[in-house]
Design a binder for this molecule. Structure first.
Ligand code: ADP
Length: 216
């Protein structure tokens, strides 16, 4: 799946709607409906463009990476607070199981985005009253950060593909929730930028676990 297709679809929808609206005089309610629908597509387009830019940055300009000492414990504590707020509406409990005090060298903003993408997905793909668990601990020269959820899960044959750009297991569901299918591709890029690796385990109907290993 390529970027041009993803960008073209919302543009085609918007153009069609506007052309139709202009064809004859409509009542204000009708114009309003078109504007609301166009706004939805615009929001989607903006998020795709934003993600594409992040990705091209991660991809091409290594010099743009800001390496510094990052206190992962503080970063995760912050994310956990954000996660709790995002999860509130769905009555999902977010739990910080373990948060070891480790310092790694990395790009703070990108690490934040990486973990936020995982946490955001965990909440997005977990039904109401579910649970999300976050844990970080040292393991053999790495820090292992785990984001586990009790959500819809991912079929075995799709596990590898979820890290591909624009790949979505359930396109309709992801689209409905404003997903661009780029979150995990970006996550993987950021992990690799830090010479780490990312793994996923999942059982459909039970939940998923995304695990990131970053070198200490
Ligand atoms: P999206 O914007 O669609 O969420 P991502 O790249 O973040 O894109 O994820 C790709 C696809 O992987 C999602 O559309 C979804 O089908 C699946 N996925 C990601 N995280 C989870 C999760 N925690 N539980 C179930 N499915 C997930």
């Amino acid at each position: 799946m390529d970027a041009s297709h993803e960008l073209r679809t919302p543009l085609t929808i918007m153009r069609g709607e506007v052309e139709l609206a202009l064809r004859s005089t409509k009542d204000p309610e009708e114009y309003r409906r078109v504007l609301v629908s166009n706004l939805e597509e615009l929001v989607r387009l903006s998020s795709i463009v934003e993600s594409l830019m992040t990705m091209s940055k991660a991809d091409f300009s290594q010099e743009d990476v800001q390496y510094e000492e990052v206190h992962l414990k503080d970063l995760i504590a912050e994310l956990y607070e954000d996660g709790m707020i995002i999860a509130l509406k769905k009555h999902i409990g977010v739990e910080l199981r373990k948060n070891e005090d480790v310092v790694i060298v990395g790009d703070r903003l990108r690490l934040h985005q990486l973990l936020l993408n995982l946490l955001d997905n965990a909440i997005k793909y977990t039904p109401e009253y579910g649970h999300v668990y976050v844990a970080s601990e040292r393991q053999n020269g790495f820090v292992k950060v785990e984001v586990r959820d009790t959500g819809v899960g991912i079929p075995r044959n799709e596990l590898k593909k979820v890290f591909d750009r624009f790949y979505r297991v359930d396109k309709a569901r992801s689209r409905e929730m404003g997903g661009s299918g780029l979150g995990l591709a970006i996550a993987k890029w950021i992990v690799e930028l830090h010479r780490g690796h990312i793994e996923v385990e999942s059982e459909p109907g039970k939940g998923s676990t995304f695990t990131v290993y970053l070198p200490l």
